[in-house]
Write a protein that binds this ligand. Sequence first.
Ligand code: ATP
Ligand code: MG
Length: 138
Amino acid sequence: MERTLSIIKPDAVERNLSGAILAMIQEAGLTVKAMKMIQLSKKQAEGFYAVHKERPFFDSLTEFMCSGPVVVSILEGDDAIAKYRALMGATNPANAEEGTIRKKYALDIEKNSVHGSDAPETAAFETKYFFNDLEIVG
Ligand code: ATP
Ligand code: MG
């Protein structure tokens, strides 16, 4: 069993897509172990995306991520990190495969509706960034 951190981003929460995206997640066999809706501050968004701080899109990305509420969750399952990345689809929705969340719902390469951890180390950092042990079931 593996855990990964999911964020339903502001563009998707704003369009009332949280339920539809969570249904896709659960239909893919991933189990929700923790969940909450929050609005990040700019500082919190910058801390979360610190690995991208040298990228040209960093300021725009962190502004976007604190522009409205997000739904943060911990997903568990066999191979959960890779499984959720596959379900999300490519970063740029123009390159995302049919049946993926980003193909269906993303607006552009920045407002791409969902985030998922990309490795065990980032999953561990990201789940701790948002949840303490008492907030995780099981
Ligand atoms: P995420 O980390 O959000 O799951 P990802 O791993 O597919 O997405 P990253 O390369 O980690 O993509 O980029 C993080 C986020 O930064 C992207 O999801 C997207 O919102 C934004 N982003 C990435 N590349 C660009 C770009 N060229 N222009 C604008 N925003 C971008
Ligand atoms: Mg990433």
